[in-house]
Design a protein around this ligand. Structure first.
Ligand SMILES: Cc1cc2nc3c(=O)[nH]c(=O)nc-3n(C[C@H](O)[C@H](O)[C@H](O)COP(=O)(O)OP(=O)(O)OC[C@H]3O[C@@H](n4cnc5c(N)ncnc54)[C@H](O)[C@@H]3O)c2cc1C
Length: 442
């Protein structure tokens, strides 16, 4: 399908940048503009930017396993993964004795990656086998078994976003614009409302034939996504370690426990990261319903940036460290951060034209696992724009319902890999933290 000449992408994270890169190659005559509200790309508050992100084909879903395998090929053997942007030290996926769902996810994932990586994937039926793979982890490790996939790794997420931005700057085919989009503009006279561009917060309008929203966890402010997507805050903490500790830990696999959601990625530059892949914190805010003429409002969960991890999250990390790496249990955190997932009901992305508005396309819904696809994601987004996306992915990513199904109180189950408290409100947790006399948890 031919694409219209003037294309506007909003958002400079992995969805927006990879789309810009693929569009600039496949549609070199299009006029492409990318608007980002942060003053810099990489945006330190964006979901795509961090010290590290896991790169794994270890999924219970074979569609994501296959797609991740194609991305991993690029991380491994092209400039995507060069200069330290990709490090392949493996992924150790473990489950405790008391979580049937975590064990089930691990077993499905094992079967999927074993088919792709063969002998790179080793089943570890007992705790002793697990400890054999990560000797520096303590006897306190609370696991019943798992497997290790030596074909997985991790990527320096800030460096990779910078790499793609620099590629685009060099190509000069995409115009970058700094500013916050307030709303999408529509031509009300067309029978199916047609997007005509965006209005910026300062009142400026930017016209386009096609508007692609790659606005991550902020998207529910621009499109009514009730029942479709919401922002959930996930906890991350960093621990400063010595040179000797760095050498001891840097070549270990990432450890991921789907029962607790806790994962530890091998350190770089004397910084060890511990994080939690969970239901997360919600941050309900009342905002106008996008496109409403009558002043209608809705409550949606949106990101709150620059806040520390609440006491509850810090304590969960301490419990996990006691089990995993007890020597760090009392070491102060060098920093903490809430990073925002754009969660969807099943953990599937939204890569689709909006069913109600012509010329409006969404590339979002990363659900805490989109980063690894950076090298291949843009091509899939452009396939979807052109109407040629393979049916298996289209079935997962296409927006099929025109009407939102329910209110913002949704707590999505995701892909079965989530754990923890299901109904946690960030403001309440921060208030509890303050009450406990901890203005900051650092
Ligand atoms: C804690 C954490 C850990 C994760 N771990 C992994 C992992 O190990 N492996 C993995 O594969 N994935 C992981 N992910 C998921 C992955 O990082 C995300 O799915 C992906 O980065 C989402 O990219 P995005 O482009 O949708 O969002 P973002 O990177 O947030 O980009 C959206 C951009 O849009 C901009 N924007 C928003 N609204 C507007 C507006 N109105 N006007 C202009 N600009 C706007 C924002 O400023 C932002 O820069 C993790 C995510 C988090 C938060």
């Amino acid at each position: 399908m031919a694409l219209p000449p003037k294309i506007l992408i909003v958002g400079g994270g992995v969805f927006g940048l990879s789309t810009a890169l693929s569009l600039s190659k496949r549609h070199p005559d299009s006029q492409i503009t990318l608007i980002e509200s942060a003053p810099t790309i990489p945006n330190p508050h964006g979901s795509s930017v961090d010290t590290s992100r896991i790169v794994r084909a270890d999924y219970a879903s074979s569609a994501y396993s296959k797609l991740a395998a194609s991305a991993i090929q690029k991380w491994r053997s092209t400039s995507w993964g060069a200069e330290g942007r990709y490090t392949q030290t493996g992924l150790l996926l473990v489950y405790p004795g008391n979580s049937a769902s975590a064990k089930k996810y691990a077993e499905k994932s094992y079967a999927n990656v074993r088919a792709i990586e063969g002998d790179n994937v080793v089943y570890l039926p007992t705790k002793k086998d697990v400890l054999g793979v990560v000797p520096p982890y303590g006897e306190t490790l609370d696991v019943a078994g798992g497997y290790v996939n030596w074909g997985s790794g991790w990527s320096d997420a800030g460096a990779s976003v910078k790499f793609v931005k620099e590629l685009l700057d060099k190509e000069k085919k995409v115009v970058f614009k700094h500013g916050e989009v307030k709303r999408v503009l529509f031509d009300p006279s067309s029978s199916k409302k047609r997007a005509t561009g965006v209005e910026m917060v300062d009142g400026e309008t930017v016209n386009a034939d096609l508007v692609i929203l790659a606005t991550g966890a902020w998207t529910p402010r621009l499109v009514d996504l009730r029942g479709k997507a919401l922002a959930t805050g996930q906890a991350i903490a960093y621990i400063k370690i010595s040179d000797a500790e760095q050498r001891e830990l840097e070549n270990l696999p990432t450890i991921l426990n789907f029962a607790t959601g806790i994962f530890i990625i091998p350190p770089r530059d004397n910084l060890l990261k511990i994080a939690r892949h969970a239901y997360g914190y919600r941050n309900p805010i009342t905002v106008p319903v996008p496109g409403s003429q009558s002043g209608e409002t809705m409550q949606v969960s949106l990101p709150e940036t620059g806040v520390p991890v609440p006491l509850e999250g810090e304590e969960a990390f301490r419990v996990a460290l006691r089990q995993l790496l007890p020597r760090f249990v009392d070491r102060p955190f060098a920093g903490t951060r809430i990073c925002w997932y754009t969660d969807t009901p099943d953990g599937d992305f939204i890569v689709s034209y909006h069913p109600e508005y012509e010329g409006l396309f969404l590339a979002t819904g990363g659900s805490g696992h989109a980063y690894k696809f950076f090298p291949v994601l843009g091509d899939k987004v452009v396939d979807a724009l052109e109407g040629t996306l393979e049916p298996e992915l289209r079935a997962l990513w296409e927006w099929t319902e025109a009407t939102p199904t329910s209110a913002s109180e949704d707590i999505f189950d995701g892909d079965g890999s989530r754990s923890g408290e299901r109904n946690s409100i960030l403001k309440d947790e921060l208030a509890k933290t303050k009450k406990a006399g901890r203005g900051s948890v650092l």
